[in-house]
Each structure stands twice: as C-alpha cells, then as structure tokens.
Ligand binder design. Structure first.
Ligand code: ASP
Length: 443
C-alpha cells in the first residue's frame, strides 16, 4: 500500500503543527511520499511565508535604497523556519540556503523562484524531521516552454526517480522550465503536486491534509453546522468547486482522476475524522438526495426577445458571437419560445454592456433586450437526484415557502445538478431553505 500525503500551510505553520503531522505520518507506514506546502498562518491575521516571499522579492527588485528592508524581511522569513527547526529539536542550519536566496533575489531571478522557496525550505525541514529523502521538485516536476505543465515528461522522470526510493519529501507548488528556471503553479498549487506524485507512483490513495474535515454540504457561513460530505464523485466536486466551494485546487483532480486514485481530504487538527473521500464512481447510496449546495452572487442577465426566434436558424449562434467578440464568458443560457437569457458575471459585463446591446441589435434585430443585475446562481448537486423523483419540486416548494422568487432554473441533462437563479439578497435564505428540505428534514 502506497499513499501520498500532502500537508497544507496551516498544518505546517509551527513546530506544534509539524509534530501533529509527524504523528500522522508515523501512524501509517504506507504514508511514504510527503508533499509539504510552505508554512501558513499560525493565527488569524498572521502572514503566510509565501506572501512574505512575494513582498520580499518585490522589495529586492526595486531601487537600491530599499535593500535594507528587503534584508529585514528575509531575516523575518528565516526566523519563521528557525523557530520551527528549534521547536523540533533539529540541528538543521538554513543559513547557506538563505545566502543563496539573497544572492538570487539581488540577481532578480524571478518572482516564481522567490515564492517557491517557501515549499523548498519547508521540504528540507520536513525531510530532516522525518528522516526521509529530500527531492527538489525542480528535478522532477516540469513545465513546457509555454508555461503549461508537462505531464508526460514529469510522469516519466518522477516515476523513474521514485521507483527505488521508499520514502521521500517532494516540496509542492513548483517545478522547472526547459531553461531550468523555476515556475510555480497558481496559488494553492501544492495540491496539484500531490496529485502528480500520486499518479506517478500509482498510489492507492492521495491524502490531502488541511484544517477542515473535508467538504460540507453547504457553506458554514450561511448554514449553521452543515453536515460533512462523506463521499463525493470527481464530477460532483467539479460542479461544486466551479460554483465556489473551495478546499482543493481545481487542477488537483485531473492527474489522479486519470488513474482512478481516490483523494481523501483530512484534518490535521482532527485526524480521527474520516474526512471526505473523492472518487471516480461509487455505488454507495448518498446519505441525502443532494450531495452539496454551492453558489455565487453578482451575475447579470441579458434577456433577448423576438417573435418567432425559435424558427430562425443560427439565432443563438449570432447572439453568442456578440458575447465572444466582447470577450465575455457566459455562465448559463436558459431559453423560452421567443426569449433567450444569457447569464454573465456582472463585473465583467458592466463596462461593455452598451457594446453588447448594440451588437445584439445589429446581429439579430430583437424586439427588445432587457437587463437585470444583482442576481445569484445556486447549484444543487447530487448523483442521488437521478434516482429520485420530485427533487426539483421539493426545491421550488421550499423556496416558495421561504418567500424566494426564482428567476431562472437550469437542469443539466446529466441530472447531476440543478442551477437556480435568485436575487442576490435572497441568496442566503434560498441556500438555507434548500439545505433544510434535504438535510435537516432528511427525506
Ligand atoms: N504556498 C503556496 C500558496 O500559498 C502554495 C500552496 O500552499 O499550495 O499558494
């Protein structure tokens, strides 16, 4: 049995947290490949080491007279590591590493290099603490010259490198370009590294340890004490993540999904909790009809009305062309016999609205165009909905009882999700009403 275990920044923010991580790893001999993030926040209001490194590099590349503060901040970053090293009773000395980092900063080596040092150094500390081999991610994770991830090369070299290596620490978040320059994934990218390592070694499980016990059925800022999600499919997760439920980096799903490796989201501060298991497919019956609810506010809708619209060939195509020409992406597009509504992000749309209206008039000569703003979209997601009759009926009666006016309904043909449009100010009430009808009453 082989497991890849990734630990997020809050799990590695202090020596105390490192000790919890050490206990978790030692408890299960199959936890053989460890992917650490950089030290995160120790308390609310603290600063992540990655953010300190970004600021420090910015100071370094500015004028000479800023040099003093750049050194000051670099010393603060070193102090963060030294505190962990001392707290763990290790004899590791990072002074040489920090001298190299300082030199490279003065040479203006690159912002990504700067940010990556957070994981690089934390990887060294972790390897020393566990007695595992340290493998610099620059040697095994690769990007192409255009900046995209080179999955083929990485998989080949990484699996080769790990073949005879029983236990290793591979820092998350970065890799190297063909010219050896360091490049990072987008923020939160250590999740992606973990997934890549899991794929390369054909892991039985990718455990992603963070500071929550997995996904919750609804946002706890809206619903009080929402139930956890025990098991969720990759597809359901994609739907929920797109609508704002975030625990895992979006791109972390793809490498393991290809191999059918499950991801287990776990809580470093509550290791006895089972967390959420993310799988390709499952025949386990979901606890509730729905798996989760997520949503986003601040959409605008553009409704286009024209008599006999449906009989005009290419009508939608022309309308969509106007949005594409204005570089606006479309969220949803419910339609009626003579109407078509397009949902867009309000902030993206606002400055271009008049160009879009004029474009639509030119393209399809509508009877009229109507705009509405301050709308929210709610996604109700669940593989269990397919087998259950009356799901949408229950959603709408719950919303009616809660006095929420439904502006739009869109059910994908996969029956995996139902998207509901409401006014921004009804958003929280609507989410609570849907949660209550499916989870609190538990029918
Ligand atoms: N340390 C990086 C960040 O703060 C990457 C990560 O934590 O996954 O975004």
């Amino acid at each position: 049995m082989k497991k890849v275990v990734k630990f997020g920044g809050s799990s590695l923010a202090s020596a105390e947290q490192f000790k919890k991580v050490g206990r978790i790893i030692r408890q299960d001999a199959s936890r053989r490949y460890v992917v650490p993030s950089a030290p995160g926040k120790r308390y609310a209001g603290d600063i992540k080491v990655t953010d300190m490194l970004y600021s420090c590099y910015l100071m370094a590349i500015r004028e000479e007279d800023e040099e003093e503060s750049f050194d000051g901040l670099l010393a603060e970053i070193k102090a963060r590591y030294d505190e962990i090293i001392q707290g763990l009773g290790l004899s590791l000395d990072l002074s040489g590493e920090f001298r190299t980092i300082r030199e490279n900063f003065t040479r203006k080596i690159g912002r990504d290099y700067a940010a990556s040092r957070g994981e690089y150094l934390n990887g060294m500390v972790m390897a020393a603490y566990l007695g595992y081999e340290f493998i610099d991610a620059a040697e095994v994770i690769f990007f192409k010259a255009d900046g995209s991830f080179d999955s083929k090369k990485t998989d080949k070299i990484l699996s080769e490198r790990l073949k005879d290596c029983g236990r290793a620490v591979i820092p998350g978040f970065y890799g190297s370009m063909p010219d050896r320059k360091i490049k990072t994934f987008s923020r939160g990218g250590s999740d992606v590294t973990g997934s890549i390592v899991a794929r390369a070694i054909h892991a039985d499980m990718y455990e992603n340890w963070t500071d929550v016990s997995g996904f919750l059925v609804a946002d706890p800022r809206i619903v009080k004490n929402p139930k956890p999600i025990d098991i969720i499919t990759y597809r359901e997760l994609r739907e929920l993540a797109y609508m704002g439920a975030s625990v895992l980096h979006e791109d972390a799903i793809f490498p393991v999904r290809k191999e059918g490796i499950p991801i287990n989201i776990r809580n470093t501060n509550a290791p006895e909790d089972k967390g959420t298991l993310i799988v390709e497919a499952t025949c386990r019956t979901p606890r509730f009809t729905i798996t989760g609810i997520a949503g986003k506010k601040d959409f605008a809708s553009v409704t286009i009305e024209k008599d006999m619209m449906n009989s005009q060939v290419g009508f939608c195509h022309k309308v969509l062309g106007v949005f594409a020409d204005n570089d606006i992406s479309i969220e949803h597009m419910p339609s009626g016999i003579d109407t078509l509504t397009v949902f867009v992000h309000q902030d993206e749309f606002e400055e271009k609205e008049q160009d879009v209206i004029a474009g639509i008039h030119r393209a399809v000569e509508p009877d009229f165009v109507e705009l509405e703003s301050d709308l929210a979209l709610i996604a109700v997601v669940g593989r269990g909905m397919r087998a259950t009759r009356g799901t949408s009926g229950r959603i709408f009666s719950a919303l009616a009882h809660a006095n929420v006016n439904v502006k739009m309904i869109d059910q994908g043909s996969s029956e995996l999700n139902i998207i509901i449009g409401v006014r921004n100010h009804d958003f929280d009430t609507a989410v609570r009403a849907i949660y209550d009808i499916f989870v609190t009453t538990q029918i």
